[in-house]
Design a protein around this ligand. Structure first.
Ligand code: SF4
Length: 231
């Protein structure tokens, strides 16, 4: 089962789930839709999320290529079928007007009796609760789209080849909507967060675009700019 321990990246902004309801009704300019996929990027590193979803930068590394290869089957809607008595839908489009979300579920299972269960597929092993937040966002979309309630979801990890059950508690829902609100704020601000320049960077697909060793050090950034900009 999912553990609900997670530090907010914006502890000053921790609110109740109801605070994230209908973001469109907030004053101000039109608010951007948050892609469900951005949750994984934001949880990994807020700077990575901004590089991808604000600056539009994408790069592959061996991890992303392997993930895409292992994802081929769930990316193909034509692979939907009945399996062991349940309907298994693949590559299902998702949206929520209520929370301003859009995305795609790897798998949505329809069990006997009509129970709906989203299943997220990961090629590797479990890292914290990032995938729990993603699959919870998918469930939130499906609840609105299908006018139903969903109490559980699952994550399939290709590394150990095991399924992990996720209970969609009110706390997990609150954390998910809080993360979505933080990402939306990042999309609105358009500000690139500083580089943590830590162990995450060695595995990051955007390392060569981010230049974490330089961007984490403002003195080196200034020296670099002096070198490359005309006097
Ligand atoms: S290289 Fe490091 S700081 Fe830059 S986006 Fe990746 S994880 Fe974040």
């Amino acid at each position: 089962m999912a553990s609900a321990a997670r530090e907010s990246k914006r502890p000053d902004r921790v609110l109740g789930a109801e605070q994230y309801d209908h973001p469109w009704e907030m004053d101000g300019p039109a608010l951007p839709i948050v892609p469900v996929s951005a949750i994984e990027h934001y949880e990994y590193c807020p700077r990575q999320c901004a590089l991808i979803h604000v600056d539009g930068i994408w790069a592959e590394n061996p991890h992303t290529v392997r993930g895409r290869r292992e994802h081929r089957r769930v990316d193909d809607h034509s692979q939907s079928r009945i399996e062991r008595g349940k309907q298994v839908l693949r590559a299902v489009p998702l949206w929520s007007e209520r929370y301003g979300l859009s995305g795609r579920a790897d798998v949505v299972e329809v069990l006997e009796g009509g129970t709906i269960r989203p299943v997220e597929h990961k090629s590797g092993v479990r890292h914290g609760i990032t995938a729990d937040l993603q699959v919870c966002a998918q469930a939130i979309c499906l609840e609105e789209m299908l006018d139903t309630s969903i109490s559980g979801a699952a994550i399939w990890y290709g590394g150990p080849r095991r399924r992990f059950q996720v209970e969609l508690t009110s706390e997990l829902r609150r954390m998910t909507l809080q993360t979505v609100a933080e990402i939306r704020e990042q999309l609105v601000d358009g500000v690139l967060p500083g580089a943590p320049n830590d162990a995450r960077c060695t595995q990051c697909q955007l390392r060569h675009h981010c230049l974490p060793e330089i961007s984490a050090n403002s003195g080196r950034v200034a020296a670099y700019l002096l070198q490359v900009l005309p006097a």
